[in-house]
Design a protein around this ligand. Structure first.
Ligand SMILES: [Zn+2]
Length: 214
């Protein structure tokens, strides 16, 4: 689904990406960009190279923009492609910003139809700065500060997807079919006039404190 790859036999011009993980930026129309991540167990800084390499002339983009077409009223923003991927496979649809400094102001338009935008901030200074910047631009942003020294992937590896869900404050115990149906606590009610109301159907069911989105 995410079509990650490994550069074993690079095409001409891609020799510098040998032995790296290839991460395609997929959209509905196909691959629009690529980045190559070092997967050695070392400090890339000390090894004298960048953890991520991009072909020249490839501009910075949001990763995993197909998540923007989710049926859910919420979405997450993560720092980095792999953190976005980890959230998405944990049933929290997420896009990734390739590096804390690569947020672009006009990205905020992508999130206008969501009632909740969870910004997962790495547990470091750059992560906290990233969160502040994004929260300044997006009306419904909720900052989720990961524990000091942690990022989405490290927390997932230690404690699983439940740890990521619990940080959102949402419950996934009634989360029956991902991307189809979710029950939310009353605190996350959208107002009837909220911007996404025209693009999502809202049906009231059962107890008055619950609504179900289809
Ligand atoms: Zn490296």
């Amino acid at each position: 689904m995410y079509r990650l790859g490994f550069v074993d036999e690079p095409v001409p011009g891609h020799e510098s990406y040998r032995d790296r993980l290839s991460i395609p930026y997929l959209t509905r129309t196909g691959v629009v960009a690529l980045t190559f991540r070092c997967i050695e167990d070392h400090s890339c800084k000390e090894a004298g190279h960048s953890k991520y390499l991009k072909p020249p002339a490839v501009s910075s983009r949001l990763y995993n923009t197909t998540a923007l077409f989710t049926d859910q009223p919420f979405i997450a923003i993560a720092e980095g492609e792999l953190d976005a991927l980890t959230l998405s496979i944990s049933d929290i649809p997420a896009v990734g910003v390739p590096g804390a400094t690569n947020w672009r102001r006009y990205y905020n338009r992508c999130f206008e139809d969501f009632t909740q935008v969870y910004v997962f901030c790495d547990g470091d200074t750059a992560g906290r700065e990233f969160g502040k910047k994004v929260a300044h631009e997006i009306e419904y942003a909720t900052l989720i500060h990961l524990p000091e020294g942690e990022d989405v992937n490290s927390l997932y590896c230690k404690e699983g997807k439940e740890a990521l869900w619990s940080l959102t404050g949402l419950t996934n115990t009634s989360y029956v079919t991902p991307a189809k149906r979710t029950t939310f606590p009353k605190s996350t009610y959208p107002e009837p006039s909220s911007p996404w109301a025209s693009s999502h159907s809202v049906v009231s069911v059962g107890a008055p404190q619950e609504q179900v989105w289809f």
